[in-house]
Design a protein around this ligand. Structure first.
Ligand code: GUN
Length: 281
């Protein structure tokens, strides 16, 4: 079984991006800039944002974090996004989710210029991705996609099963696999006989948020299994895949942690650079 080393793959991608930033710097005399807005004090969000800032600096991007207290009003956030939209030094804008209840998530997402939407959450980018046009692609599914392609460069005609239908992961993941000519089945927590659906998959991407849902006998021999889950349990952090059992059948499997997670942040940097390049054209 191939244990997919997300840390190593992400480090390789960052190395490539670092070189690209240097080239862009010599060509345009400026570097791409990423601005993250963090609202409130949620510990996981604070950790993610710290890692994003660290990685951005590591590859030579300009990076800035704007912090607001939990009580900030929606208007203040929307006005700040407007200001960042108009700032030519800002290539990419990311508002860390989740947001406090009094702030309308969709309003915030739609306020970000599609050309600076490094998350790929704006309806324009969602639509462009599903129509097969150029767009920002959400970072986590993009990371999964790159890991899958590394194991199997030709996905033509493969059967892929996506477990989970979120806007963040399941839906964009489906679009990326479709573009690669996979036959994709989208499943979710209400799917009947999920086991028999999963057993059809040459590729399984689990992004449903249910600890160790995908069992060893749900996976056909030689499947590629990507685990997006991060679930806090009594046993500690586990994925959506029963790792030990599945590792006996799968051809390749991502661990949690150290699989998809590191790729997500590297793909955010990649998206920031792509946004920068698109406006230089
Ligand atoms: N919170 C958890 N994951 C994400 C993500 O990919 N983007 C944003 N903006 N917030 C998140």
């Amino acid at each position: 079984m191939i244990l997919i080393d997300g840390k190593k793959e992400a480090a390789e991608l960052r190395e490539k991006l670092k070189k690209e930033v240097l080239e862009l710097k010599s060509k345009y005399n400026k570097v791409p800039g990423l601005t993250v807005i963090l609202i409130g004090e949620l510990a996981p969000s604070k950790i993610y944002v710290k890692n994003k800032e660290k990685s951005a600096n590591e590859v030579g991007l300009k990076s800035e974090v704007i912090r607001y207290p939990e009580t900030v009003d929606e208007k203040t956030v929307l006005n700040k996004i407007e200001e960042l939209n108009n700032d030519e030094n800002v290539s990419g804008i990311l508002v860390q989710l989740p947001l406090p209840k009094h702030i309308d998530k969709q309003k915030v997402i739609e306020k970000i210029l599609p050309s600076k939407d490094v998350d790929g959450f704006h309806p324009t980018n969602v639509g462009n991705l599903s129509s097969g046009y150029e767009s920002s692609v959400p970072c986590t599914p993009l990371g999964c996609y790159l890991l899958i392609k590394k194991i199997e460069p030709n996905l033509n005609g493969k059967k892929a099963v996506v477990v989970g239908r979120s806007n963040l992961n399941g839906k964009p993941m489906t679009q990326l696999l479709l573009k690669e000519n996979c036959t994709v089945t989208i499943t979710h927590s209400k799917t009947k006989d999920l086991k028999s659906e999963c057993l059809k998959g040459d590729i399984i991407v689990a992004a449903v948020g249910i600890p160790e849902l995908v069992k060893g006998d749900w996976v056909k021999k030689d499947a590629i299994v990507i685990d997006v889950g991060i679930n806090k349990t009594d046993k500690g952090i586990v994925g959506d895949v029963a790792f030990k059992e599945v590792s006996k059948n799968a051809k390749a499997l991502t661990p949690v942690p150290g699989g998809v997670g590191p790729m997500t942040i590297a793909c955010l940097l990649k998206n920031t650079i792509e946004c920068f390049k698109r406006v230089q054209k």
